[in-house]
Design a protein around this ligand. Structure first.
Ligand code: ADP
Ligand code: ADP
Length: 222
């Protein structure tokens, strides 16, 4: 069934048209990659699905309901980590919880489980500046997964990590996805990365920074 429906969405920033008449449908449980060149509006589209951005026109629906704000059923992983530098790994991940200040046994256990899930055991008390790019992005993923969101939105999450680490993280992300049965929207400018990961690749076409069309390609993952 349809989990996310983006209908004819447009969004401008002053003189820049970031999105123009973009429509996209994502099926429940699907791993969907959105590909397009830098500046074509991918981040804007993802932020609109996250509820961090209000379109000028058109609508975004999740489970048939209009998205009006960031909801607990959506987790977002940002390109530039967006970690709190003054918080430890544990503190950053805890911040993703519904009740970040709570230290009840359940919340503590959940934080430990997330640290385990993304392979950061032993780094609980490290600060972001002490971590590699790949490790920082693991923290970002754990934080986004903290509330067990139905939808995981990732904005070029591995753009700043080296190729070897990226391959490794792709495998881990697919493992997590196969366990959680989440609906994933993964944005990248890298077609190879999209083909490696996705059930379906949606191509955004850019002309003078304006999205003209989306194209859907079916891919069989080995
Ligand atoms: P992508 O993620 O594909 O690189 P973006 O969605 O970030 O594309 O940006 C689409 C266009 O909108 C670009 O031309 C960008 O410069 C512009 N844009 C994005 N965010 C803003 C903003 N906050 N203010 C002004 N222009 C913006
Ligand atoms: P990944 O991000 O996939 O872990 P890296 O090449 O960044 O790959 O790091 C490989 C391993 O090296 C990490 O899992 C970690 O154990 C260790 N490591 C990397 N950076 C640091 C660091 N700044 N301090 C301590 N250990 C590190």
């Amino acid at each position: 069934s349809e989990k996310i429906s983006v209908r004819n969405v447009s969004r401008s920033y002053e003189s820049t048209r970031a999105l123009e008449g973009v429509s996209l449908s994502v099926t429940e449980g699907e791993f969907c990659c959105v590909v397009g060149p830098s500046g074509c509006g991918k981040t804007t589209l993802l932020r609109a699905i996250a509820g961090l951005e209000n379109p000028d026109s058109g609508s975004v629906l999740v489970d048939g309901d209009p998205v009006t704000d960031p909801g607990l059923n959506r987790g977002m992983v940002f390109q530039e980590y967006a970690l709190f530098p003054w918080r430890t790994v544990r503190g950053n991940i805890r911040f993703g919880l519904d009740r970040p200040a709570c230290n009840c046994p359940d919340c503590e256990a959940r934080v430990r489980e997330l640290i385990d899930l993304v392979g950061l055991k032993g780094f609980e008390n490290a600060y972001p500046k002490e971590l590699s790019g790949g490790m920082k992005q693991r923290v970002g993923i754990a934080r986004a997964l903290a509330v067990d969101p139905e939808i995981l939105l990732l904005d070029e999450p591995f753009a700043s990590v080296d190729a070897r680490t990226r391959d490794h993280l792709h495998g881990e992300l697919l493992d997590i996805w196969s366990e959680t049965e989440q609906t994933v929207v993964f944005v990248t400018h890298d077609i190879d990365e999209a083909v490696t990961l996705a059930d379906r690749v949606v191509i955004m076409d850019a002309d003078s920074g304006t999205v003209r069309s989306t194209l859907t390609v079916d891919i069989d993952r080995p």
